[in-house]
Structure formats: C-alpha cells, structure tokens
Write a protein that binds this ligand. Structure first.
Ligand code: B1M
Length: 211
C-alpha cells in the first residue's frame, strides 16, 4: 500500500518521471492494476481536483499532474486491455468541441477496450460532424461523448442532431459522460445512455448492444 500512497504524492507534486518509475515498480511488485489506478493515480487526481476547486493551486499545477496521470496510464493500459479478445464492435470516442479535458475519456477508452470493444479515439476538442463521419466510415456501433465543462456539454446535443439528420440515430448509439453530465441531461438530449464513470460505461454499452 505504501507505494500507492507514494504514487499519489508524486502525482500531486507533478513529477511525471517519478510517477512513471513508481507505477513501473508497483507493477513489478504485482500490485493489482485497478489498485494502482484507483488508490494511486486517481486518489492523487482527486486531491488535485479539490485543491483546484478551492483555488489552492493553479492551472500549470493541474497540467503537471495531468501529465503524471497520462504517464501512469501508459503503463497500466496494456494490463487492462486483455490480449486477443474478439471485437464486440467499434466505438468512436472523443471529448466534445471546445473541451480539452481528456483524462476521463482516456480511462473510458481503456475500460471499453478491455471489455472487447475496438476504440477509435478522436482525441479532444472534436467537432460534432467529425464523430458522425468517423462512426459512419468505420461502421461503429456507438459514439462515446465526454465533456467536463458546463459550457461544452451542449455540444453533445449537436452530435445527436447530426445523427438524426443523416438518418443514423437508431443505428449508431450515443453514450455520454463527464462530471457536469447527468441522466437527466442524457434524457433531455435523447442520448441512448449515460455512464457515471469508466467502469459503468462497460455495462451501459453492453446493454445498448444487447438491445
Ligand atoms: Co479543468 N475544469 N479547466 N483542467 N479541470 C474542471 C473540469 C473544473 C470542474 C475545475 C473547477 O473549477 N472546480 C472546471 C469546470 C467548471 C465547469 O464547467 N462547471 C474546470 C475549468 C473551469 C477549466 C478551465 C476553463 C480553466 C481556465 O482556463 N480558467 C480550462 C478549460 C480548458 C478547456 O477545456 N477548453 C481547464 C483546463 C484544465 C487543464 C488543461 C489544466 C486540465 C485538463 C488536462 C487533461 O485532461 N489533459 C484540467 C483538469 C485536470 C481539471 C480537473 C481538476 C480534473 C479533471 C480530471 O481529469 N479528473 C477538473 C476538476 C474536477 O473534475 N473535479 C477540472 C479525473 C478524471 C478521471 O475524471 O474527467 O471526471 P473525469 O472522468 C470520469 C467521469 O466523469 C467519467 O468517467 C471518468 C472516470 O471514471 N467520464 C465518462 C468522463 N467522460 C466520460 C464519457 C463516458 C462515460 C463516463 O462515456 C462516453
């Protein structure tokens, strides 16, 4: 457990090299990947979120911790994503237009990939048309939209409108998530599902595919 606390601490301090080293060490010590993620990296990120909210730290500090998170995820990803699982279908994911937050979206991608979905990650600040074009071109079964800002969550609606206009609303399912998003908002914009976190996005997509 000591190493997981250390991972949290170096992430909070924004030391990405040390984060990488410690995550590598924790893996070698046979710590469970979910534990390293939850009790190490995410525990540190929660502290950063709280301090940022309380104006105790500033954007550059948050960026440095975000870099640590990315470094750690680089090492954890192969452990989550099982080898040779037959694909359950393609899912296009991305953070909506105007939004640069991608840590949560990346986690959702890793979890869905580990559950057997093929992920087409469009990155962040993705224009609404791009999701729809990518989904149609690749024969995707679903589009996953992430938003962390109250000012950008409205762009989720635009993706659904384009799907409707192109006649794909029933063929390509839309799942949404992110801190300001809720089930009520999903109902309002007629998204097919809302997932609170990365793990529940697996159940939600599985349900959509089954139906
Ligand atoms: Co920004 N930021 N940020 N930020 N940032 C928030 C979101 C904020 C809540 C902080 C605060 O003020 N308390 C606030 C938003 C307020 C609001 O809209 N109501 C905010 C702000 C204001 C801003 C700027 C405007 C600040 C400024 O410039 N003055 C600016 C905007 C830039 C832009 O996007 N255009 C900005 C910038 C940044 C950084 C670039 C510095 C950095 C992002 C780095 C990066 O992502 N590469 C950053 C960060 C890190 C945060 C906080 C501190 C942490 C977000 C995070 O990564 N959390 C955040 C505070 C907070 O959220 N409490 C904050 C960890 C991550 C694992 O959680 O992303 O929630 P999360 O993902 C979860 C779930 O939400 C869910 O599953 C994930 C894992 O379980 N989920 C999905 C997410 N997407 C999903 C999709 C799904 C399903 C589930 O299906 C498809």
């Amino acid at each position: 457990m000591k190493i997981l606390t250390e991972i949290s601490e170096v992430l909070i301090n924004g030391d990405s090299e040390k984060t990488y080293e410690l995550v590598e060490e924790a893996i070698k010590e046979k710590n469970d990947a979910s534990d390293i993620l939850g009790n190490g990296l995410l525990a540190g990120m929660n502290v950063i979120s709280e301090r940022f909210k309380n104006h105790e730290i500033f954007l550059p500090d948050v960026l440095m911790s975000a870099k640590c998170m990315h470094k750690g995820l680089e090492l954890l990803k192969p452990l989550f994503v099982g080898s040779m699982i037959p694909s359950k279908g393609k899912v296009v994911i991305g953070t909506v237009q105007g939004d640069l937050h991608d840590i949560g979206k990346n986690l959702v991608g890793i979890m869905l990939e580990s559950a057997g979905y093929e992920i087409i990650d469009l990155g962040r600040d993705v224009p609404p048309e791009k999701y729809v074009e990518a989904a149609i071109e690749n024969g995707a079964i679903a589009i996953g939209l992430s938003a962390l800002l109250t000012t950008t969550m409205v762009n989720m609606q635009k993706v659904i409108t384009i799907l409707e206009e192109k006649g794909y609303k029933d063929k390509i399912k839309v799942i949404i998530g992110g801190a300001p998003v809720s089930q009520e908002f999903a109902d309002l914009i007629k998204a097919d599902a809302y997932a609170y976190d990365a793990s529940s996005s697996i159940d939600k997509i599985n349900e959509l595919v089954k139906n």
